[in-house]
Design a binder for this molecule. Structure first.
Ligand code: NAD
Length: 509
């Protein structure tokens, strides 16, 4: 543990506020980062006080002045260097991520790879901040739109993707000319501090001002709540639970700010009669058990046709039995712990609710004990039989619980599918073209992500990521989401000697 901390320039006690090149002597309380792997304290963080927050914000505001004036392709060059710095530290950073979040090594390395990928993507994008040109109805006039940097932006992240989600925002915001103030989850502060140290070195080497990228870790929700009401931040990007998103959305809209919300999911896979069941089982297994069921895109519901329901359930139970559960840093382990004992208690409560509502646990759901398991954070993933109208099935329980729901017609399956209040990711397994197209049509899945013959989880950074309904409507990472981080300006230039008005209006004296 000490070796990883040293390699990543972390100390037993760390400053919780940094401006890229400077670390503040924070005046707040101590926060302990407890590993879900064995319940030990990894290191401590001195949290930011209100004054520290103000200092960070000041730097972010003044850095915006300088950074927004750097040509976008040169901003892209800085981001390229950040991606390379992450490449060099990928293994160490992934090891810390495993220790702090409990992700298995391969998924932790995958998360760091996402940061590298989005840096590469953003570098290319920095030369492609395109605006349209339009045909003016007035003679001798030209119309076009241009995109300007927006300002310092606030980024709030959740515990389960402690650094990748920041990078989706930060790398794109940087090439857009914005500066970024990051409030990570207090459950996992160290991985974010280590990441900031890696990118901070690039900022220093490039002779850039402090405040381009900042981090501020404060007690509980204090910093987050200050951030959302702060008028100096024209955009708040917030990732987390629906409950958090509701509060953030209200606070940001009250000041007429812009928010980008990435909230909870309740993702389903429909498995039709002629689906390739072995493919479906592999995808559902990764989707439901990967990251111990703690992904926003985790498969939480399987809507299976009655004719294949039992064979699919049996195949899934057989696959679940084989999942090695244990220390996520060990080779071969596929499922680590939940983030904390509270998450385990919530899982148990959800299983009780399921039974009370008429459902049945087909496999798993036990809290494990003995040896490392005594950390109290290890469970067996659960497969349950349920109906789509059970209240518990419509909630996101952030744990490895899979609800299996039988259906008879595809219309019924889609109705069950879309009955969840959240709308993040979805999938259908079918070899029938009409079923696949129906699912992808406007009558089909109502989610931001809809897949055919792949699972709900494990998106690539090139696509726009996010969901509808209670998931919040935000989009991050790929496609044209860079536009969210910039302000659009429509420009009309009159190069004639006349002053014609649009729509033929006359106003001459
Ligand atoms: P959470 O809502 O408890 O916390 C998320 C972040 O919000 C934390 O940094 C927290 O400190 C902050 N926060 C909480 N209340 C706040 C407030 N009133 N004002 C400002 N900030 C506040 O979520 P979590 O347990 O860390 O993460 C799990 C949740 O995140 C799940 O619901 C999951 O689906 C969701 N998630 C969504 C996505 C996505 O892209 N849609 C990605 C990852 C996680």
């Amino acid at each position: 543990m000490e070796e990883i901390l040293q390699k990543l320039n972390l100390s037993p006690v760390n400053s919780g506020a940094g401006t890229g090149t400077e670390w503040l002597e924070c005046g707040g309380d101590i926060l302990e980062s407890v590993s879900p792997v064995d319940g030990r304290i990894i290191a401590r963080v001195k949290q930011a006080s209100n004054e520290d927050y103000e200092r960070v914000m000041d730097r972010a505001v003044s850095a915006f002045d300088a950074w927004s004036g750097v040509p976008a392709p040169l901003r892209g060059e800085v981001v390229r260097r950040m991606g390379n710095a992450m490449r060099e530290r990928k293994r160490d950073l992934a090891a810390l991520l495993s220790l702090e979040v409990g992700k298995i090594r391969s998924e932790a390395e995958g998360e760091i790879q996402e940061m590298i990928d989005i840096a590469d993507f953003a570098t290319g994008q920095s030369r492609m901040l395109y605006g349209f040109t339009m045909q003016s109805e007035r003679p001798g006039h030209r119309m076009y739109e241009q995109w300007h940097p927006l300002g310092p932006i606030g980024v709030i992240t959740a515990f389960n993707f402690p650094v990748a989600v920041w990078s989706w925002n930060a790398m794109i915001a940087l090439i857009a000319g914005d500066t970024v103030v990051w409030k990570p989850s207090s459950k996992v502060p160290l991985t974010s501090l280590a990441t900031m140290k890696i990118v901070g070195r690039v900022i220093e080497e490039q002779g850039l001002p402090e405040g381009i990228l900042s981090v501020v870790i404060g007690r509980g929700r204090d910093v987050g709540e200050r951030l959302v009401v702060d008028r100096r931040l024209p955009l708040i990007s917030a990732t987390g639970s629906v409950a958090m998103g509701r509060k953030v959305a209200q606070a940001v809209s009250a000041r007429l700010g812009r928010s980008l919300l990435e909230l909870g999911g309740n993702n389903a896979v429909i498995v039709t009669p002629d689906a390739d069941l072995s493919l479906a089982v592999r995808a559902i297994l990764f989707g439901a058990v990967g990251t111990a069921g703690q992904r926003c895109t985790t498969t939480r519901r399987v809507i299976a046709h009655k004719s294949i329901f039992d064979s699919l359930a049996n195949a899934l139970v057989a696959a679940y039995r084989k999942v090695p559960i244990g220390n996520p840093l060990e080779e071969g382990v596929l499922m680590g712990p939940l983030i904390d004992r509270e998450a385990v208690a919530k899982m148990q409560k959800a299983l009780e609710a399921l039974k009370a509502q008429g459902g049945r646990v087909l496999y798993g759901g036990e809290v494990l004990s003995g040896g490392l398991y005594d950390a109290g954070t290890y469970v067996t993933p659960a497969i349950c039989e349920a109906r789509s109208d059970y209240p518990i099935v419509r909630q996101e329980t952030f744990a490895p619980i899979l609800y299996m729901i039988p259906y008879e017609t595809l219309e019924e399956a889609i109705e069950y599918h879309n009955s969840a209040p959240q709308g993040l990711s979805s999938a259908i397994f079918t070899n029938d073209l009409r079923e696949a197209e129906y699912f992808l049509s406007h009558r089909g899945s109502d989610c931001g992500i809809a897949n055919v013959n792949i699972g709900t989880s494990g998106a690539e950074i090139g696509g726009a990521f996010g969901g509808e309904k209670e998931t919040g409507g935000g989009r991050e990472a790929g496609s044209d989401v860079w536009k969210t981080y910039m302000r659009r300006q429509t420009t009309t230039i009159n190069w004639s000697g006349e002053m014609p008005l649009a729509q033929g209006v006359r106003f001459d004296v």
